[in-house]
Design a protein around this ligand. Structure first.
Ligand code: SAH
Length: 213
């Protein structure tokens, strides 16, 4: 997602109390940052942040961190957060490749990847957020019993992602090629902005949940 450049978005981000600016200093210190010992769950590539805003509203005893690389997109999430003011939701503007610099061992108990960029060219496979390279980054800070939940309507990206799960030696706990028609997996599903858009077009939504035991 890339919105047109919005003048002043960098200033708004720089001043927002909801954005963690020095994210490398936050590593290992997220409990102090949130002021409690509640579990921490993150969405990488959160877009305008509605999914996390909804989750943070529903679950005040869980802390959420949204990661987004574009300031024009993050601005939208901040604007929403300024209206609802959730103490358990923070944002970082960063490129996800650096994610292992942000969280220490066992600091995160769930990672959400929703409608991640497909990077269709083979030579860009390692940039996909579900690639083996990213799984090995996640392995460094995700709790031992933690899970990754991935949703996409892009079947090629999903098939690639399933292969990478196997290749990286993770366990496939759950999967469906049509989430919205899978009563069990769809129970309690929170729709993302892209999910709403693509399912309205008639695209089935694929989802997996993975872990390593
Ligand atoms: N998760 C949202 C948005 C999906 S679009 C939803 O489901 O509605 C994918 C988002 O991920 C875009 O906003 C894009 O800028 C962001 N993104 C993609 N690759 C990224 C990366 N490597 N690091 C940080 N953000 C990334």
């Amino acid at each position: 997602m890339r919105l047109r450049n919005i003048p002043g978005s960098r200033d708004v981000i720089a001043e927002s109390e909801y954005v963690v600016h020095d994210f490398k200093a936050a590593k290992g210190n997220w409990r102090e940052l949130f002021g409690n010992d509640n579990p921490i769950r993150i969405e990488i590539g959160m877009g305008k942040g509605r999914f996390l805003c909804d989750l943070a509203t529903l679950n005040p005893d869980i802390n959420y961190v949204g990661i987004e690389k574009y300031s024009s997109v993050l601005l939208r999430a901040i604007q929403k957060e300024e209206e609802v003011r959730l103490p358990n939701l923070k944002f970082i503007r960063m490129e996800a490749e650096e994610i292992a610099e942000v969280f220490a061992n066992d600091e995160v108990d769930r990672i959400y990847l929703n409608f991640s960029d497909p990077w269709p060219k083979d030579r860009h496979a390692k940039r996909r957020l579900t690639s083996r390279q990213f799984l090995s980054r996640y392995d460094r800070f995700l709790k031992k019993d933690g899970v990754i939940e991935f949703k996409t309507d892009n079947r090629d990206l999903f098939d690639f992602s399933l292969e990478e799960v196997k290749e990286a030696g993770w366990d496939l706990d759950e999967m469906t090629y049509d989430l919205h028609h899978d009563e069990r997996l769809n129970a309690g599903n929170i729709m993302t902005e892209y999910e709403e858009r693509f399912s309205q077009k008639g695209n089935p939504i694929c989802k997996y949940i993975i872990s390593r035991k």
